[in-house]
Design a protein around this ligand. Sequence first.
Ligand SMILES: [Zn+2]
Length: 288
Amino acid sequence: MKMKYISCNLCQGDNTSLLFKKDSMQIVKCLDCGLIYVNPRHLEEDLKKIYKNGYFNGSEQTNFFAEKGLYISRFQERLREISRFKKEGRLLDIGCAMGYFLEVAKEKGWQTYGVEISAFASQYASDSGSNVFTGTLEEAEYPGQSFDMITLWHVLEHMPDPLGCLQKIQRLLKRTGLIAIEVPNIGSRRSKRLREKWDQLKPQEHLYYFTPDVLRKMVKKAGFKIVKIKTIPGGTGLGNKLEHLKFAKFKKQLIGLFKYLQWIKKCIIYFKRIGGADDIILLYALKL
Ligand SMILES: [Zn+2]
């Protein structure tokens, strides 16, 4: 497959050092601003192919169905936090996947919109009552100042142009609209310990890697005022091996097992939180 060299998305510089090699890709760090990214990388049309159907078709990502309960309770928690800043209005979830966050928000009275590149996931999200566009944010062509809140749950690290995406979101938000972002934290203790073995270092899908400091810089540059930023525990890693089993006849038993595992996972996440685990960055910012 063809590859292309890119300059730094945050500062447009070209002064990098090699951090890791993984899956025959290079992960570099910008020596000027600290942004970590995959360079060189695949062309955008090839990147898109990863997400067309295969990503959410239930064989590779069984967890999206089986762990719905876990997602829902996580999203309810996010919405409780969000309600301190905004309580209602038009909400757009970019990369909404199966629309679980939209389901939770709709129940709380939000008008829910989603953008999702996978037709399979987008159909599922539409069926549960949200207005979902199949494609990219650019293709959706929403008019400016359309939304009160825009959310990006584990999406920004997949984007070929994260700064451009944030600037676009800034334009799509109404005055004092809110953005919520969640990304893996490459500055976490876990990432520092595991280095290239860190499970979030996936250069085929994750093109960018953020520390709280670098994410803060990028969000500010896009025209936002940060109102809250914190680090939180990630998943447990439990069951990740099982998720990759593709034997359909075991699928039902697997899903049963996952439901059981959810409770164990909830407990583990609770204890990780007490231990101050910093796997994920969570940021809320208002449009300036
Ligand atoms: Zn840079």
